[in-house]
Design a protein around this ligand. Sequence first.
Ligand code: MN
Length: 515
Amino acid sequence: MKWGIALLGDFKEHVRFLDTTLRDGEQTPGVSLTPEKKLEIARQLDKLGVEVIEAGFAVVSEGESKGVKLIASEGLDAEICSATRGVIRDIDIAIACGVDSVNIIVPVSDLHIEQKLGKTREEVIGMMEKAVIHAKDHGIITELSTEDGSRTDMDYLKTVIRHALDVGCDRIAPCDTVGILTPEKSYGWFADLRKEFPDAFFSVHCHDDFGLAVANSISALMAGADQVHGTINGIGERAGNASLEEIAVTLRVLYNVKHSVKTEFLYETSQLVSRLTHMHVQPNKAIVGKNAFAHESGIHTHAILRNPLTYEAIDPELVGAVRHIVSGKHAGSAGLNSSLEDMGLAPSEEEFSEILRVVKARGDDGERVTDADLLDIARDVMSLEMVNPLNLEEFIVTTGNKITPTSSVKLRLNGDSFIEAATGNGPVDATLNAVNKAISPSARAILDTYSVEAITGGTDAMVNVEVRLRRGDRLVTAKGVNEDIVMASIEAYLNGMNVLLLQEEHPEKRWTVKK
Ligand code: MN
């Protein structure tokens, strides 16, 4: 009765993670990673501590097998796996890439067997056995993914699993390929399989078509599954796979179940995957969304500042994120006061109510008030003359067809000039790289999020660039508005950097009251 209701099974002492961001996640429509980018993600996943990295589907293309090979030869701690079909050639190509294991995907529902493969149930078992035996003969760890398992006749599924175990298959992953399980069904399904095969190693593989992938995965683990398949940010085909970060934090915080995922690296892993796949994370996404630890409403911020537990179920530090108090129409005195204090500002009571009024008015107009905007508002209201620590003196960027975008910038930081040049994926990237290089390493910030929107239509539109910059446990927001997207980006970046620098230096030295 540990969970308040009578359950047949319980969690394993230690739950293992198989990350399939680079295989099922990469099968997301429109996502295609180069081998080098895959390697970058694999290194991060290894740092995160997952037991298995499914690095790709080696047979799919030359680039894909190159990526798997690159990852397998990196000497990572994690087991490196390639997906294969139940086909000897697939397994040979995976073995040639130097993998530790293969995830042999074999369809088992009648729908898939008849419509997709045009085979019989018996033929599928024969195919699966040959594949497993072939892999085992080459000393490779085998995991059998029974594709569309949740829509498969249970007796047949058990027959497939029995045959697989009989030929030495190491792990079985009954798959909810189209995401039709519910938490109760998932629990019942895995409890049944566990009862039938008490010593087998089971993985759970869920999809999020109904938004239940994480709940279904947790249910399966609760029924005694040994390992869970997930992807970072829940990316994957259609509505995606079960989100690895949500499962990892849920197991740790809500169920107190042991696993090896170093949750403090989840946020940076999410950011890396988002950046390299160009798949944006929705702001309200659990664990890793940019709003997951942001507070605006006056009532909430007031309480949060006294004790974060009042409105936070998860400590942001646990997942490597940072709490952020947002200014806007919902803002209250306590939150605003703490933001101003952080910038070294001490407005009079009168000035403070005027700052609050302007912030709320801007919010009412639909504007997002960034930290840099708040600084501007306060400066106006308090009639302060401000010397920005960081200023742009010059910049040039070249871009075009078949040339690498290159930018050079000259910055003035606390009276000294710094010139740097850098390249990038595009003119914005090149310029921000140059700006970042020019700022001394000790003062540099990480660009946490970058977003751009055209304010008016047409090619002559004004663009609004918003950034979140992070340094250590500090996070600031800023924007830049310009007809030129590169200028708007530099403005946003410098505005944000200036808030960060003001917060960390001795701001009182920078303020003088206008005569
Ligand atoms: Mn899948």
